[in-house]
Design a protein around this ligand. Structure first.
Ligand code: ZN
Length: 389
């Protein structure tokens, strides 16, 4: 390792450990070697129609927060929106986007996960039918300019000092969470202000935004106004956890409900699925290693399966009607309070079936499980009694 002074122009890294040399002996950043590609140019759009179209009007609470976001941005404040799962976070920034677009300013919506980019792009196209909505992610990057850019956090390296308004969704999701490189890339893309969205912000996220000329807005009501499903903890020993999982799965399927069974690891998932599938046939197992995972999820949505055993890949971003949730080995150290809240938040999202059930199964009723249940209870109390945290 040579000692040189080199600072990566993309991520700001200057640690010699991550600096390599090419054949011409020029230094480069190892962290960013995959992030080399065209940079976006700042073209002023010639679009004049930024009309907003919504299939459903925002709820009163959503509207209130949407207005507050806009006024804070106009005052040049940054915003962190702490909105519970199923609150309809994306819709909260439409008004602000419209405002910026009408002033010919640059807006973007970034998220750590490619799946979410793919999912959100048609929603932005519906909401802004006259706008050029462009999505940018790993293997889908050729056009970098448009009216509204929907992109993964990795792709932000193309946009140096670019966005008048950048929204960052799911700030606590992998791979963004705790990733200094991505955080620097995000910082560098901001020209004006930013909005962060999260259902489970950490106390350090809240502290940081307050120190950065920012405010925190809270939305603890789902758009359909029903309570968040409160998880029930079921205790078992190593073997009886399997039987209890089977019991609840059978019960839900009998009621014609669909079920996600979350498992902490791929190995545990495979072992659980081979057990469950002996008794209940129409299910499947899905993980990040599964090449056909989008197909499996699509088939589940279409009703080919009644249950899916899954790793945390379905922890976020998925909305399925009449879905019940079981977390097998919820006491595994892989889960923390935030991930348990996210997972529980998959249930009861649809207006036609707003009251799903959530079952946590484990050997130990540990602190993370307790905290997650207490937190969800608190959100419901704030919503129902107007109690302020
Ligand atoms: Zn770098």
């Amino acid at each position: 390792m040579r000692n040189i002074s080199f600072t990566c122009p993309i991520c700001g890294n200057s640690d010699n450990k991550y600096i390599g040399f090419d054949i011409k002996n020029k230094p480069y950043c190892r962290l960013c070697c995959r992030l080399s590609g065209s940079k976006a140019s700042y073209k002023v759009s010639n679009n004049v129609d930024y009309s907003l179209h919504l299939d459903y009007p925002l709820s009163e609470k959503q509207q209130e927060i949407a207005n507050q976001i806009k006024s804070h941005l106009i005052e040049k404040h940054n915003v962190l929106v702490h909105a519970v799962t199923g609150a309809g976070k994306t819709e909260l920034i439409y008004e602000s986007f419209k405002y910026y677009l009408s002033k010919n300013l640059k807006v973007g919506f970034a998220t750590p996960r490619k799946d979410v980019v793919i999912d959100l792009t048609p929603r932005f196209k519906d909401a802004f039918p006259k706008c050029n909505v462009v999505s940018i992610y790993g293997d889908h990057s050729s056009v970098f300019e448009g009216d509204i850019l929907v992109l993964t956090t990795h792709q932000l390296y193309r946009y140096n000092n670019y966005f008048d308004l950048i929204v960052l969704d799911e700030i606590d999701a992998f791979p963004y969470k705790g990733n200094k490189q991505l955080e620097t890339i995000f910082r560098k893309c901001i020209k004006g202000n930013y909005v962060l969205l999260s259902a489970t912000p950490s106390s350090s996220d809240i502290k940081k935004i307050k120190e950065d000329n920012g405010v925190v807005l809270q939305l603890f009501e789902r758009y359909h106004k029903h309570d968040l499903p409160l998880p029930t903890f079921i205790k078992g020993n190593y073997y009886s956890c399997y039987l209890k999982c089977l019991k609840y799965l059978r019960h839900f399927i009998k009621e014609n409900k669909k079920v996600f069974v979350f498992t902490p690891t791929i190995d545990i998932g495979k072992s659980l699925y081979s057990f469950l599938s002996l008794f209940i046939k129409n299910g499947d197992f899905v993980s990040s290693k599964e090449e056909e995972r989008s197909l499996i999820i699509e088939r589940f949505k279409k009703g080919y399966y009644s249950y899916l055993v899954t790793t945390s890949i379905l922890e976020r971003g998925v909305t399925i009607e009449n879905l019940q949730v079981i977390v097998f080995r919820a006491d595994n150290t892989i889960y923390d309070c935030a991930s348990l809240i996210q997972i529980a938040g998959r249930a009861g999202r649809k207006i036609k079936s707003p009251n799903g059930q959530v079952i946590f199964i484990g050997e130990i009723y540990n602190d993370e499980i307790k905290k997650a249940i207490t937190e969800i209870k608190k959100y419901n109390e704030v919503k129902n009694n107007g109690k302020v945290l």
